[in-house]
Design a protein around this ligand. Structure first.
Ligand SMILES: [Zn+2]
Ligand SMILES: [Zn+2]
Length: 328
């Protein structure tokens, strides 16, 4: 067993873009975990907030893994093969910085318009509502995206990179771009009290995107930008008042489970009724009890609580804090 672990670590290529990208994302995760505790935008937001488990385990790990296989191995890879591109790349002679800048700006402009369309079209809204269903927005919240939304956006994002570049440069640019996406996504969703000053007219930050997640009529059609807030200023869709959102999430009852969230996007059902079904209740309780058991065990072994849960005090950060993941 021990030898197996040693062999596994020896087989890792530490300089491969995928490995570097993984560590960058872990470092960002750790940094935002600390910064959010120190400089919160909405005070009192618990670390293990409602839906945290779903967002980390299901959306960040399981779904990302599956979507990676679908997008790269089943769609873009075969297309590249069919086009017989071999080792060639139309844009391979460009310097790396120019490639990153080019793909960064063009994809960001695309995603601004697609995002805006998702808010205007009732069918596309079904692929985006899950992203808006988080009621306590923190840096993890950005990972909650419907599978179809990921399929469309990431195929459009990465197909040009893989098809216009030779395989070596393509992989490099892919992982640099994916790392920027992950870290920037964590940043704009983070519950961080930062003011970007003049930078804010070009680069997006938590203030504008926290407002985008507000369940308030004034922002249902505003702040569509992902990385460059420039688009919102340019196309007249920016909303940046001097106060904070009072509510987050969607205006209707939304399922709390990954499977149910996807099913709900194609077939509307009575959420309260279904979540009270004995079989599903068992599923929810089993999961929550398992987490509770972990925290109880932790306290027993290490002598202190890991999940210090704070209740609402003063500022409002969500409409139903009593429905916290560990409390139902
Ligand atoms: Zn949106
Ligand atoms: Zn968002």
């Amino acid at each position: 067993m021990f030898q197996y672990i040693v062999d596994y670590f020896n087989s890792i290529s530490w300089t491969h873009p995928a490995t570097i990208s993984f560590f960058i994302i872990i470092a960002a995760f750790t940094t935002f975990s600390i910064l959010e505790r120190l400089f919160p935008y909405q005070k009192g937001l618990p670390y293990f907030r409602k839906g945290w488990y779903i967002d980390v385990i299901w959306y960040t790990f399981i779904q990302s893994y599956i979507m990676g296989i679908i997008i790269f191995s089943l769609i873009i890879g075969p297309v590249r093969e069919a086009l017989n591109l071999g080792d060639t790349g139309l844009l391979s002679h460009w310097p790396l910085w120019a490639l990153i800048l080019f793909f960064f700006v063009t994809h960001d402009l695309y995603i601004y318009w697609f995002h805006r369309w998702q808010h205007h079209n009732k069918f596309l809204w079904r692929t985006h509502e899950a992203h808006h269903s988080v009621e306590q927005v923190d840096f993890v919240a950005g990972s909650r995206s419907h599978m179809v939304e990921i399929l469309i956006n990431q195929t459009i994002e990465f197909a040009p990179i893989i098809l216009l570049l030779d395989p070596v440069t393509g992989i490099q640019v892919k992982f640099i771009k994916a790392s920027i996406d992950a870290v920037y996504g964590q940043f704009i969703h983070s519950n961080l009290n930062v003011k970007l000053g003049w930078f804010g007219y070009v680069f997006n930050g938590p203030r504008l995107h926290q407002w985008h997640h507000g369940d308030q009529v004034e922002v249902y059609h505003a702040n569509f930008a992902t990385k460059l807030s420039l688009w919102d200023y340019l196309f007249g869709t920016v909303y940046n008042p001097d106060r904070k959102p009072e509510r987050y999430g969607v205006w209707y009852r939304f399922p709390r489970d990954w499977f149910a969230q996807h099913f709900f996007s194609v077939y509307r059902f009575n959420v309260s009724k279904v979540e009270n079904e004995p079989a599903l209740k068992w599923y929810f309780n089993f999961r929550v009890n398992l987490i509770k058991l972990f925290f109880k065990g932790w306290k027993k072994i290490f002598g202190f609580r890991l999940n210090k849960r704070r209740l609402v005090d003063g500022e409002i950060y969500g409409p139903k804090p009593e429905l916290s993941e560990f409390n139902y």
